[in-house]
Design a protein around this ligand. Structure first.
Ligand code: 1CP
Length: 354
């Protein structure tokens, strides 16, 4: 049979992975599991790899990206790897003056609050992030049959860092701009969406098997404002990324009241934090979607019996979804014991084996 040069050959058997099958709502041998922020400060080997290397510098070094992405895959029986980078990396790559400060997070030198600021946000080209392409290619070779998830920030969350100038509790300047200057807001969201689309395309072109959009802080917005001021942009992101043919995951924190709208945005999988039980989330998101989640990350500090009981409950409720990817409801907290995560990944596999 002739081989179409444009169709990637799946020699590693990725199409058979439980993670990709669950994203596509196909039958799985067991519920797949991975952990948001599975690489990072909870791992001693991560702290060692990062010694004397600033966060943004690490994100620009293919050798470190590959090593740090692989660390949790070596430790845990996870069904997917997540590319080690940060949502701010593409913004830095197009020239925004920002840093990721230890113990703080992203800090912007000159916050963006007007037209001239927005105009600085040009689209991302593959040539802006050659280290991402190189690292993804290297990872795909090392990972074999384990899929690699590429990711980018959602437009509201990126806008919040750029407008506030750093991490924010209430996102008040961001929402003031959204309410008060709708045209400038729309322009900002357009430009950030283009950057997100560009960053996801680079990762998929280099071999990532799925993508996740982290609109982590969008839960700060009321449903009617989400519909008017965020959804059109997120919908465009998922529509443009849809042509790449990989599953698309959409995640935010505190989004219980937005789950239906997030379902409408067009991703294949909707991430759910720990505040809404998965069987209730199924009803809110609506048909035709897989769900990802949703054990409270703080549960990892409870005795094992409690973790086990709650993880089994998540699996049970997840059975009502058309597809379920087990995860935490948000990222692994830095003081989490890695041995508990290892045990949790094993438990998910054992307890869900079909
Ligand atoms: O020095 C360090 O170790 C810095 C800590 C750190 C790490 C390990 C930051 C700074 N970013 C990251 C990596 C990272 N960031 C990953 C890959 C790791 C993995 O999942 O295995 C991912 C997916 C992100 C994405 C990210 N960055 C998000 C969305 C995910 C989420 O947790 O909601 C957000 C909001 C950021 C911003 C950011 N970068 C770093 C921090 C501490 C923060 C949050 C700051 C805040 O509270 O606002």
């Amino acid at each position: 049979m002739a081989v179409d040069a444009d169709v990637p050959q799946d020699s590693a058997g990725l199409g058979e992975s439980a993670f990709l099958k669950a994203c596509r709502r196909e039958p799985v041998p067991h519920t797949p599991v991975w952990f948001m922020r599975q690489a990072g400060r909870s791992l001693p080997e991560y702290l060692k790899a990062r010694e004397g290397v600033a966060m943004l510098e690490a994100c620009a070094r293919p050798d470190l990206i590959v090593e740090i992405t692989m660390q949790p895959v070596r430790r845990y029986a996870v069904d997917a790897a997540i590319f080690f980078s940060d949502i701010m990396v593409p913004l830095r790559a197009i020239g925004v003056d920002l840093d990721i400060k230890p113990g703080v997070g992203p800090v912007i030198a000159d916050p963006i609050r007007d037209r001239a600021g927005a105009a600085r946000l040009r689209p991302l080209e593959p040539g802006d992030v050659p280290y991402v392409t190189e690292a993804v290619r290297g990872l795909v070779g090392e990972l074999g049959g384990t899929p690699l998830i590429g990711f980018a920030g959602g437009p509201f969350t990126l806008a919040s860092y750029l407008i506030e100038g750093g991490p924010s509790k209430n996102h008040d300047r961001t929402k003031a701009l959204m309410y008060g200057e709708p045209e400038l807001w729309a322009e900002l969201m357009e430009r950030l969406s283009d950057i997100t689309i560009g960053f996801l395309k680079v990762q998929v072109a280099a071999g990532a098997s799925a993508v996740q959009v982290f609109d982590s802080w969008v839960g700060a917005v009321a449903p009617e404002d989400y519909r008017a001021s965020v959804l059109p942009h997120t919908s465009r992101i998922f529509s443009e990324v849809g042509s790449l043919g990989v599953p698309r995951i959409h995640f935010g924190v505190g989004t219980g009241e937005l789950l239906g709208l997030m379902g409408e945005a067009g991703a294949d999988v909707v991430g759910v934090d720990w505040r809404v039980p998965l069987d209730e989330a199924v009803l809110r998101v609506g048909p035709g979607k897989a769900l990802q989640g949703n054990l409270d990350p703080s549960l990892l500090f409870a005795p094992w019996e409690v973790i086990e009981r709650r993880a089994r409950d998540v699996l049970e409720r997840g059975r009502t979804a058309e597809g379920h990817v087990f995860n935490l409801g948000h990222g692994v907290l830095p003081t989490t014991d890695p041995d508990k995560l290892a045990r949790l990944a094993d438990l998910v596999h054992e307890a869900s084996a079909r």
